[in-house]
Design a protein around this ligand. Sequence first.
Ligand code: FMN
Length: 154
Amino acid sequence: MKTLIAYFSRTGITKKLAEDTAKKTGADLFAIEPVKKYSGSYLLCVAEAKLENLKNARPAIVSKPQNLSEYDTVVVMFPIWWFTCPNIMLTFLEENDFAGKRIIPVCTYGSSGKGSSEAAMQKACPQASFTSCIEATALKDKAADAIAEAIAVD
Ligand SMILES: Cc1cc2nc3c(=O)[nH]c(=O)nc-3n(C[C@H](O)[C@H](O)[C@H](O)COP(=O)(O)O)c2cc1C
């Protein structure tokens, strides 16, 4: 059983959770990095993300994870943008081979919860088996433990 934690994070909240979870579980970490960085301004980024939604864009990612075939479980962590996952998560799910793998989605957010992220991700990656999305923000300092438990379930 080998687990990869792949995360996208703009301001570091999701990154911190990914690092805490990796420390707790021994899973490997992979950062999903956009070729074109999102704006550091919240308002501008909100507009960028809206445009990506409207265009159904697939923003390019700097690199792909190495040896993905070795992992049975992939935890994908992301912030909620506009009540769903950022479009870059769809790029990630579409351009890598997740056939036969278990994917555990984990989201952070301000207040809205996971929105329609589960359906969007499953549509982008029908060949994987998804668990329900863990809403990490509501779990506060118990989030990494909850993710570790989900990883441990066979
Ligand atoms: C473009 C954009 C859209 C967002 N949309 C939502 C939303 O729909 N619901 C919500 O609760 N939070 C929303 N947020 C807040 C982020 O999900 C939240 O701050 C997240 O934890 C940031 O994670 P990060 O530091 O890893 O980037 C949005 C933030 C941005 C930048």
